[in-house]
Design a protein around this ligand. Sequence first.
Ligand SMILES: C[S@@+](CC[C@H](N)C(=O)[O-])C[C@H]1O[C@@H](n2cnc3c(N)ncnc32)[C@H](O)[C@@H]1O
Length: 424
Amino acid sequence: MYEFYPYFTNDGSVGLYSEKDNDIYHSTYGALSEAYEKFIQPADFEKFFQNNSEIKILDICFGIGYNSKSFINNFIKNLYNATIDTNNISTVSCNDQIYTDNTYCRNPQLNLKDYKNLENFKIYIKAIDTDKILAFLSPFIICNKKKLPKNYKLPFKNEKIEKMLNKSPEKIYEFFEGVNLIFLEKICEKNPDIFKNEEIERILCDKKYREYFDPSICRLFKLDKFSRCSYTLLKGFSTFLHNIYYLNISKRYKKPFKRFKYSNFIFDLKINDARKELLDDNNVYNFMFLDAFTPAKCPALWTVDFFKLLFKHLNENGMVLTYSNSAAIRNAFLNAGFFVGKIYNPQMKKYTGTIAVKNKSLIKHELSEYDLGLLKTRAGIFYRDENLTDLNEAIIERHKKEVDESDLISSSKYIKSFKNNFVL
Ligand SMILES: C[S@@+](CC[C@H](N)C(=O)[O-])C[C@H]1O[C@@H](n2cnc3c(N)ncnc32)[C@H](O)[C@@H]1O
């Protein structure tokens, strides 16, 4: 039986712990803020969209989808200054049309005309994860509004969100519910059988998980079995969601609808090993989010050989972003042909990850003399997986052997001598 352990992280969003991997999926400091800080903020999408109208994103290790969701949320909010009000979303249909009534736009400057501009943008996200259950549960994970402290402060600076928080703290999470609906539609579009998956139903209806899921959406599963909506599921998923929405979520039953079209958002969820998936992929991506488990435990997605594969799929002005600061990972990126830089978090005033690019001018924070020196120590010895098929254990074993047999100095010796030289 599938088991996972959810917990509320410090920003009120849900994080997961996997017993099998003995690892957390999200930092306790805030799953949602973390996704924003690790990937969205350093990617600088606002700048990207000043010159581009098409974007391809590769979300490696989708999990429960915070990174993709943060991107979509950021896209809608920051670029269009719009808010998603779930009370007014009727449904997201399978023709890629998001239906809304006029009150959808809380921002008075934004009207339906602006939404048409969304059509000028093309978004393609390929998300990959080996874990089917988690990926399919992902649209249902919600933030826990009740647990937010009264004078909650964001752990990052965002004036727009802060203004909104001051007015009404719980509003920030409306975005995410709206984005959840968008992902729900996208995932179910290709996988209507998700409603028939007993394991997902068990988790959603299980008492011990209940507080982590939105009750109205959980009801979808029961309705599929017991109500007239099950017939419409056969006819089409859009009608199904539409009816569910009317029965369970919408408080505005009889309002006439206007709609805007947004057909240029493709969300392609692949349940596969990322190595295999990319070998058969012809896409070239603008951004890659690499959010695999820690390299020491799961090196399969951190090897020089996997990075070579990423290199092939990265646009000339593209960017790979990851939370890892490890010398072995940075060295692997360099050996795979990338230029490598650091991610700086201005709020925390520290370096919080690594970017790998083909165009050096995209690097804002270069590796320091100290960082470069560290790559030449044993700590810089990277993982290898020439055939892109080895198990984590085999990759760890090979790496250990190489480190043990290496003549390079140890990182601790290097750090000591670097400090001494610095003092002298
Ligand atoms: C740290 S979690 C990712 C969290 C995720 N980004 C989120 O927002 O929930 C790591 C994920 O990597 C997935 N994973 C592990 N090995 C993989 C592989 N070889 N290919 C694709 N996904 C993998 C796991 O199933 C897990 O969901």
